[in-house]
Design a protein around this ligand. Structure first.
Ligand code: UDP
Length: 149
C-alpha cells in the first residue's frame, strides 16, 4: 500500500499556535480565533488543553537555560490553553506578524499582543518561529490523524 505523509494532505505551510492561559482566562478565545480567521489563515485543527508541568517544560525546552524559564512554565500551566494548527501560504511569518512583538508594549496596533497581551510573559499567544520549530511543535500536540481533514 502507498505510504502517505502529512505533506501529501497539506496545502501551503503549517504553523502552531497557542492561545495562552491569560487570554483564555480573559475570555479572548473567540476574539483571537476570529483575528486568525480574518487574516486568511485556515484553522486546520484546534483543542483546549491544560498542560502538565512536564509537558510545558518539554515544550519550552529550548528556553531551559533562560532566567525566565521557571516562571514561564508556571504561567503556562496556570490554566488551560487553546492549541491550534494554522495553514496557509507563508503561515509561519503571517502568524508571527499577526501576534506582534513579544513584549505587548512594543506590539503595533492590530496585533493580538497589542490587543490582549498584559506583559512580556502574559502575552496572549505563541506562534512557531520557523519551519523546523513548527514541525516539532505541531507534532508535540497533534497526531497526523487530527490534521487530515
Ligand atoms: N518570555 C518571558 N520573559 C522574557 C522573554 C520571554 O516570560 O523576558 C516568555 C514570553 O511568554 C514569550 C516566551 O517566553 O512569548 C518565549 O520567548 P520568545 O523570545 O521565544 O518570544 P516569542 O517567540 O513568543 O515572541
Amino acid at each position: 500500500a502507498e505510504k502517505y505523509t502529512l505533506e501529501d494532505f497539506t496545502m501551503g505551510e503549517l504553523t502552531f499556535s497557542i492561545i495562552k492561559p491569560d487570554a483564555v482566562a480573559n475570555n479572548k478565545i473567540g476574539d483571537i480565533l476570529k483575528m486568525i480567521s480574518d487574516s486568511g489563515l485556515k484553522i486546520k485543527a484546534t483543542k483546549m488543553i491544560h498542560m502538565s508541568k512536564t509537558q510545558a517544560e518539554g515544550f519550552y525546552a529550548v528556553h531551559k537555560e533562560r532566567p525566565f524559564f521557571g516562571e514561564l512554565v508556571e504561567f503556562m500551566i496556570s490554566g488551560p490553553c487553546v492549541v491550534s494548527v494554522l495553514e496557509g501560504d507563508n503561515a509561519i511569518k503571517r502568524y508571527r506578524d499577526l501576534m506582534g512583538a513579544t513584549n505587548p508594549a512594543d506590539a503595533v496596533e492590530g496585533t493580538i499582543r497589542k490587543a490582549f497581551g498584559a506583559g512580556i510573559e502574559a502575552n496572549a499567544c505563541h506562534g512557531s518561529d520557523g519551519p523546523d520549530t513548527a514541525k516539532v511543535e505541531v507534532s508535540y500536540f497533534f497526531s497526523n490523524l487530527e490534521l487530515v481533514n
